[in-house]
Design a protein around this ligand. Structure first.
Ligand SMILES: [Cu+2]
Length: 624
């Protein structure tokens, strides 16, 4: 096997080689399954020193017969198991959901007499038309779940063979399934509401109407090819360079992002997201941690040229594994292209007559994933002027319930008798920053007006207030739109021509953080979502904002635990964590399939350059 770059994702051959090591160590006896299998990333200091580090894989193994779970690291370099730690579910949480859980849960639920009786009472004797949806259970105390490995199941009806099941939720009823005992151990049957009837099948012409004929073609051509080069996983475009990675759990990862040979980010990814629903009735537990519980990377889509991506596209495949550790290639999972992005700069000068116009372009690195009803696109943009942007595109189908005739305080009626509950999509970005080197610090920058006074007689003064965040305990911060709050990530070693630190500024979208009560079980598990910003001292073991094992985690893991030591973060190798995402009050227009809703954040160079770095961009055409 040829030797990969230390940051390249694991290959199919490597997964198989790692699997052989696990078999030889006796760790894969039936019925042990892989809940996660991926690269255990090389030590940062070794990568930066140009060494060839130990090549390692990490496997989360769960015995579906006994429930025993182990977190195992193998060395491919040395052909041996490096560590194997048994999990204590009561303290550590459970392994993520397995692919095979979906089919198993359907069988188990439909075999349960109590659930069948509840469905029959609602008029559903024929369960061939019923689809079950397993939802991660959360953690509500030992008395509630007895520390079982479990999911909670809601049902939907497919009236015809090709129907949109989400249009027909069976409300008031849930089955709690024990995944080890393979049985329903509890049925909650709280109320009955009519199953909404209207079809949501947007593939059906009778529902959507005939396709409109008024759209003329748009064609994107780059007759000389794109301006980027992709060599394996190494990507170069203009002054940007970076390496692309991919992980079954967190999806697309970016490494060693540099601009003009100067480091900006050692690593960037979106290692967690939570989608909590705001209906306090029997479905109060509904909150998906799509990354830690379902593994967004595993469900990445194969993208199609001309459909998902237009223009001169370069694709990268992603390799993930199934429950048995066998590799599965997702072809065209990652899309790389460049696109025109309107005006970069423009001015018509009233004195010297100069009339100049330049076009902005951006390099786009993206992938799309489907987790149950929702689909998420993660788009990283790199601009000519040094701006970095992450945009998440949320689309797909709302998670529905029935809408009562007398209204619902926590939901919108999106079709007759059909409800879309208010919910949040809260993402966590992990930005292992390296602005001009590893020694960085963060400043909070607010702007405000000043009261009329001796130095401000007409009350027009505007000032910037800069607060240095020096310790972890001080760096749990919230955005403040009324103060235009931003966070400046500065180099503590390099200065610009004004003698001030070179920096990149994080521009947040000031949307609500987690709205669940701070004393709620969910807030304990989604502690990362209580703040828009966290800053931690770099620690290779601190990867996951809601902890290593999110599924049924009792709470307190991840960022709140990381900052408990209150380390210094001024002039250190630091990691910036940013919570962002919409609070989604569904609209009728979001049904039956939702137009993309965008969210994200922007990082802009701020004194990183000494002036506008794009003066050398030529006019787009001779006559401009
Ligand atoms: Cu939503």
């Amino acid at each position: 096997m040829s030797s990969p770059h230390p940051l390249d994702p694991a290959s199919a051959q490597e997964y198989l080689a790692g699997r052989d090591i696990l078999v030889a160590a006796g760790l894969l006896a039936e019925p042990v399954r892989f809940a996660y299998y991926g690269l255990e990333e090389a030590a940062k200091d070794e990568v930066l020193a140009g060494e060839v580090p130990d090549r390692r894989l990490r496997a989360y193994l769960v015995n579906t017969g006994s429930g025993e779970s182990a977190d195992v690291v193998v060395s491919l370099t040395h052909g041996k198991v490096v560590s194997a730690r048994a999990l204590d579910p009561a303290a550590d949480g459970q392994m993520p959901i397995l692919e095979s859980d979906f089919a198993r849960v359907d069988e188990i639920t439909k075999a349960d007499p109590e659930w069948r009786a509840a469905m029959a009472r609602r008029g559903y004797d024929d369960l061939s038309k019923v689809r079950t949806c397993p939802i991660t259970a959360g953690a509500f105390g030992p008395a509630e779940d007895d520390r079982r490995r479990m999911v909670r199941v809601l049902a939907f009806v497919m009236e015809r063979e090709h129907d949109l099941a989400w249009a027909h939720p069976v409300d008031g009823l849930a089955a709690y399934v024990d995944l080890i005992e393979n049985k329903v151990f509890k049925v909650t049957d709280e109320f009955e509401l009519p199953v909404p009837r209207e079809s949501g099948d947007y593939d059906d012409e009778a529902v959507r109407g005939p396709h409109r004929r008024s759209l003329k073609p748009i064609e994107i051509t780059q007759p000389e090819g794109p301006s980027f080069t992709l060599d394996g996983y190494a990507l170069r475009w203009q002054d940007w360079s970076m390496r692309i990675g991919f992980d079954a759990r967190e999806g697309l990862t970016l490494h060693q992002v540099s601009l003009a040979g100067r480091p900006v980010l050692y690593r960037a990814s979106i290692p967690e997201m939570v989608v909590p629903y705001g209906d306090p009735k029997f479905r109060h537990w509904q909150a998906y941690f799509d990354t830690g519980e379902y593994l967004v990377g595993k469900w990445a889509n194969s993208l199609e040229l001309g459909c998902d991506c237009l223009g001169e596209i370069a694709y990268l495949d992603a390799t993930v594994t199934d429950d048995t550790g066998q590799p599965r290639t997702i072809s065209n999972a990652i899309c790389v292209h460049e696109e025109d992005f309107g005006i970069l700069w423009k001015h018509t000068d009233i004195f010297n007559g100069s009339a100049q116009s330049r076009r902005q372009r951006r390099l786009v690195v993206s992938y799309f994933t489907t987790v149950g009803n929702y689909d998420y696109g993660f788009y990283w943009y790199f601009y000519l002027d040094g701006t970095i942007e992450l945009e998440v595109k949320a689309t797909g189908v709302l998670f529905t319930s029935a809408y009562p005739a007398d209204g619902h305080p926590h939901a919108t009626e999106v079709a007759p008798g059909l409800a879309g509950a208010i919910h949040q999509h809260l993402f966590s970005a992990r930005l292992d920053v390296s602005v001009d080197g590893q020694a960085n610090a963060v400043e909070e920058v607010d702007v405000s007006g000043q009261p009329i006074g001796p130095d401000n007689p007409f009350g027009n003064a505007i000032v910037q207030q800069v607060t240095r965040l020096t310790r972890e305990s001080q760096a749990g911060r919230r955005a403040d739109g009324s103060r235009g709050r931003t966070w400046r990530i500065i180099s503590t070693e390099r200065a610009n021509r004004f003698g001030r630190p070179t920096s990149y500024t994080l521009y947040p979208e000031p949307a609500p953080v987690l709205l669940a009560d701070p004393g709620s079980p969910l807030a304990a598990r989604a502690g990362f979502a209580a703040n828009h910003l966290w800053v931690t001292r770099y620690d290779a073991d601190q990867r996951w904002p809601a902890g290593d094992f999110v599924n049924q985690n009792p709470g307190g893991a991840g960022l709140p635990a990381f900052v408990a030591g209150d380390r210094e973060i001024d002039g250190e190798d630091i990691v910036v964590w940013h919570t962002f995402g919409p609070t989604h009050v569904p609209r009728p227009e979001d049904w039956p399939v939702m137009p993309v809703a965008r969210c994200g954040f922007v990082l802009k160079p701020t004194g990183f350059f000494d002036r506008n770095p794009t003066l050398d961009v030529p006019p787009p055409a001779a006559h401009c």
